[in-house]
Design a protein around this ligand. Structure first.
Ligand code: M6R
Length: 370
């Protein structure tokens, strides 16, 4: 079943490119416009939506956080992302014009299921982004957009995460198309870029795995890791931290790079590993400069810096002890490639420590109790 791979996790990480490609498949008409046939909510109703609330847990919630940056930018409506278990118990404000988007790989997560039941009772429409055909969450939703990542067996979610981002992006672009918040050409241009992502992810798998493995070997005894990122790099940092904690049992914390001086920098001591997601250096954007100054600050305090950066970024070379390169791509699409070395890194760390990467202790693949 593992098809020659040492673990399901290894196999599934190597299926990231396919998960992205398959989730895009069959979602366009001959003119290149987006057609989401499964989203059986009338266009007039979709046009009236004035707020999106994403409910999800764990990795799926980080896919929601990534999508928030893109959807708000493209559709100009507020997107909130809430952990399903928190949402359910705080009497959230929901109206018929709110679209609740439940993201779940298994479609059986009880916390997320309870959240959508609550949303529907309040009169909101629910759309599920799900990887499992016919599971409870899509069954109880008004509409569903399936991710086509294929069955995910390893407890640590990998290929489902990239597929969830793609599905949520398709939903955002579809909204932009029907609400007319973007030009057709702009949408087509982003779709073109999305189509090139499988190749870019493959490049990371083919060229960066050795560096990742060497870095994991070097850091195997580290007791804790900090992960930081800004903008879409922030949820990627949270996801990288979760992966390492889940399967390598290493204490990690992921946080927004801008928070560094508001507290977390106190943790940085000589030798402390800090993983930083660096935005594109093209045009030397403010975003890039701000994150680089964060690296400088932790470096000055003796941190061991592991950086995910765009090919050829001179600042990455200057301040990083190890670099995982990303091929050039637009900022909003960068999470699809940036998460890949972090998935590999967590897996390598767990393997080096002799742990079962597919079945980490204390965890179930789908959490069917509240
Ligand atoms: O099946 P779901 O996507 O609803 O699961 C949500 C979380 O339980 C899941 O993503 C969990 O955080 C994973 N173990 C992460 O690797």
């Amino acid at each position: 079943e593992k098809g020659g791979w040492p673990s399901f996790m290894d196999k599934e990480i190597h299926e990231d490119p396919e998960a992205v490609a398959n989730t895009l498949l069959g979602r366009f008409d001959a003119k290149g416009d987006i057609v989401l046939d499964e989203v059986r909510i009338e266009p007039e109703v979709l046009r009236s939506i004035d707020r999106i609330v994403v409910v999800a847990c764990g990795t799926a919630s980080y896919a929601g956080l990534v999508a928030r940056y893109a959807i708000e930018h493209w559709v100009r409506i507020p997107v909130e992302v809430e952990l399903a278990h928190e949402f359910r118990y705080r009497d959230p404000i929901l109206t018929p014009r709110t679209l609740v988007v439940a993201i779940s790989q298994s479609g059986e997560t009880m916390d997320t299921l309870m959240a959508i039941r609550h949303a529907r009772e309040q009169g909101s429409r629910v759309l599920a982004i799900c990887n499992t055909q016919g599971a409870s969450i899509p069954r109880e939703s008004d509409a569903v957009l399936y991710t086509h990542a294929g069955p995910e067996i390893a407890v640590a979610s990998t290929k489902a995460f990239v597929a969830q981002i793609v599905a949520a992006y398709l939903l955002g672009l579809y909204f932009a198309q029907i609400k007319g918040t973007m030009f057709r050409d702009e949408i087509h241009h982003i779709v073109q870029q999305l189509r090139s992502m499988p190749e870019k992810i493959q490049w990371v798998l083919d060229t960066q795995a050795d560096t990742v493995n060497r870095t994991a070997t070097h850091m195997v005894n580290a007791r804790s890791f900090l992960f930081l990122g800004r903008h879409v790099g922030y949820p990627v940092a949270l996801e990288g931290a979760l992966k390492l904690k889940e399967i390598a049992y290493t204490f990690t914390e992921g946080f927004a790079a801008g928070e560094l001086k508001h507290g977390p920098i106190a943790l940085v001591d000589a030798g402390e590993p800090v993983v930083v997601i660096v935005p594109s250096s093209r045009g030397r954007s403010t975003l890039h400069n701000k994150v680089v100054s964060g690296i400088e600050e932790v470096k000055a305090r003796g941190a061991y810096t592991i950086v995910v950066a765009e090919e050829g970024d001179p600042d990455a070379e200057r301040y990083a002890d190890a670099v995982f390169w990303r091929p050039v791509c637009s900022t909003l699409l960068s999470p699809l490639v940036d998460v890949v070395p972090l998935q590999l890194f967590a897996m390598d760390m767990a393997m080096l420590k002799g742990y079962d990467v597919d079945k980490p202790r204390n965890l179930a693949k789908s959490v069917t109790v509240e």
